[in-house]
Design a protein around this ligand. Structure first.
Ligand code: HEC
Length: 106
């Protein structure tokens, strides 16, 4: 019983911390832990997604590039810091998050 209560408190604490750090991030980004390094409108470890969206505005190849970048990781576009690969993320989740990011600047 005690351990159930402790884990409920821990879960509630995580939810509060997550929502404070990740305002406006879509569920798919939270689920895949993108929010650990990204926010919409400010640089965290990785670039602000609003900046990413502006950079690729009007670029027909952007969706395919970002899809592969998220799946395989990489560095050198925004700086030397690499983004880790997300090999377990589903195709549907990647598409959803890429659509979300590219939609920010429209
Ligand atoms: C450990 C930190 C970290 C995590 C977790 C992370 N990113 Fe990144 N992300 C980065 C860094 C650093 C860069 C800059 C890479 C570069 O300069 O090429 C980046 C770049 C990007 C870019 C721009 C890529 C480009 O080539 O312009 C997109 C889009 C992106 N991340 C989406 C995501 C998504 C979606 C997730 C969740 C599945 C995610 N990131 C998780 C650190 C992270």
């Amino acid at each position: 019983m005690k351990s159930i209560i402790v884990s409920m408190i821990a879960a509630a604490g995580l939810m509060i911390a997550g929502s404070a750090l990740a305002t406006d991030m879509p569920a798919v980004a939270k689920k895949n832990n993108c929010t650990a390094c990204h926010a919409i409108d400010k640089k965290v470890v990785g670039p602000a997604w609003a900046e990413v969206s502006k950079k690729y505005k009007g670029d027909a190849k952007a969706a395919a590039h970002l899809d592969q970048k998220i799946a395989k990781g990489g560095s050198g576009v925004w700086g030397a810091m690499p983004m880790p690969a997300s090999p377990k993320m589903s195709d549907a989740d990647r598409k959803e998050v890429v659509d979300f990011i590219l939609g920010l600047a429209k």
